[in-house]
Design a protein around this ligand. Structure first.
Ligand SMILES: NC(=O)c1ccc[n+]([C@@H]2O[C@H](COP(=O)([O-])OP(=O)(O)OC[C@H]3O[C@@H](n4cnc5c(N)ncnc54)[C@H](O)[C@@H]3O)[C@@H](O)[C@H]2O)c1
Length: 397
């Protein structure tokens, strides 16, 4: 069985199909053949059943793409799944070239994208060709940016392999790279033709990366889906895939993708609502970039940012302390940090907030919760409140 989620965008709607057993609210459940039919009829994005990675080529052939495919991955992920994906694409008649980039956020740079362009040039990747991202959010963001810019835009398919990329990065069409001075400062909106999720690949995802993905899932609980939040609260553990019940994993995937699809469908280019997806990211990004993308990963930084935003909301009288504590307890249950990493300078964080993409007219915008499942966006946060919260979150106090 498979799930379909509609992503309604003004110019390009698409559907997401998620494989799994049972039903999830708001998500239509389809037998696999119906999912195939949906694709054949022009559904643009698909998440499909466990062990489905071998069907990628078949699914892509329904999209009527050109013959050439540039498969972008990193050596670790390629070792696990590269051959299977190559075999599947070639069996479906695609001519595939592969470009593996160094793994890690610190390689999410224009230099790495240049390697994709070089491979594209060498192998004559054309307007009708497709770039396929096989990897986590780093590979997805860079491949999407290369696809958005190569020959002014070619087809793009996401095969997310990390939990974070499955529930967040692969959906919604934001692509880009980091500038040495700030995260994701260079980028473009470019929607994938297909998002293809095989939940089985999570089995090889390192535990720390699974936890990082849980940070974004907790984010959806706080900003959008109180029921998802409650389901996670009811789970004994959230810190490792093998301790989380299959039904909860299914709910995590479907509800998170639904939340992202709902928000992006209402506001593709972040004119307003989409900004709520940045919950926890304002301070999170500053922490990530100040530690050189080496100390905390993206999800851990978001966890720290959510704790900070929650505390700011409490101090401003916008959120009940008890609810903030419930959020922090969930973050801890997922094995994520709630304190600032050692040695991060609080004033440097406050300064770094100024180069964040979310600054408007010189004012830093914060997404702050008002109740679990509901947030608001404000630029009325005094620096002193930020400072105080960060001091309380520092190990030195
Ligand atoms: N475009 C968006 O809307 C959006 C949204 C959220 C995050 N992001 C971006 O996503 C990035 C973070 O993504 P991430 O957390 O996936 O990190 P990542 O891409 O660095 O992947 C994390 C690590 O897990 C490994 N890995 C991934 N899948 C694996 C698997 N199945 N088996 C074994 N190893 C596996 C990777 O090789 C990597 O070392 C950040 O750059 C962030 O800015 C983008």
């Amino acid at each position: 069985m498979a799930f379909i989620i509609n992503v309604n965008l003004p110019q390009q709607s698409y559907e997401i199909v998620i494989g799994g057993q049972g039903t999830a609210p708001q998500v239509a459940m389809l037998p696999e053949e119906a999912a195939q039919r949906a694709i054949a009829q022009g559904a643009q994005a698909l998440l499909i059943a466990p062990e489905s990675i071998d069907q990628l080529g078949e699914m892509m052939s329904n999209l009527k793409l050109g013959k050439k495919v540039l498969l972008v991955s990193n050596p670790t992920i390629f070792k696990h799944y590269g051959e299977r994906v190559l075999t599947s694409l070639e069996a479906a008649g695609f001519e595939v070239v592969n470009c593996n980039l160094s793994a890690g956020e610190r390689y999410k740079t224009l230099n790495s994208v240049q390697k994709i362009y070089d491979t594209a040039l060498l192998n004559r990747i054309e307007r009708s060709s497709t770039m396929v991202a096989l990897g986590g959010g780093v590979i997805g963001d860079m491949t999407g940016f290369a696809a958005a810019t190569w020959l002014r835009g070619i087809n793009f398919v996401q095969v997310p392999t990390s939990l974070l990329a499955m529930v967040d990065a692969a959906i919604g069409g934001k692509t880009g790279v980091n500038h040495p001075q700030g995260k994701n400062l260079i980028g473009a909106f470019h929607q994938p033709r297909l998002v293809f999720i095989d939940p089985e690949v999570l089995k090889t995802l390192p535990v720390r990366e699974f936890r990082a993905g849980m940070a974004e899932v907790i984010k959806y609980g706080v900003i959008w889906d109180a029921e998802l939040f409650a389901q996670m609260e009811a789970s004994k553990r959230l810190d490792q895939l093998r301790y989380v019940k299959a039904e909860l994993i299914e709910s995590i995937l479907t509800r998170s993708c639904q939340a992202k699809a709902d928000v992006v469908g209402k506001d593709e280019k972040e004119a307003g609502l989409r900004a709520i997806l940045n919950y926890g990211h304002t301070i999170g990004h500053a922490v990530e970039s100040l530690t050189g993308y080496r100390v905390v990963n993206h999800g851990e930084a978001v966890a720290i940012g959510m704790v900070a935003a929650g505390q700011i909301a409490v101090k401003l009288g916008m959120w009940q302390k008890e609810e903030a504590e419930r959020q922090d307890a969930l973050i801890q249950k997922a094995g994520l940090p709630t304190k600032l990493p050692d040695g991060v300078d609080i004033e440097a964080i406050i300064e770094a907030l100024q180069v964040d993409k979310k600054v408007q007219a010189g004012k830093v915008r914060f997404v702050l919760p008002t109740q679990i499942g509901v947030v608001t966006v404000t630029d009325q946060v005094p620096s002193d409140t930020i400072r105080q919260v960060l001091q309380e979150m520092s190990f030195k106090v």
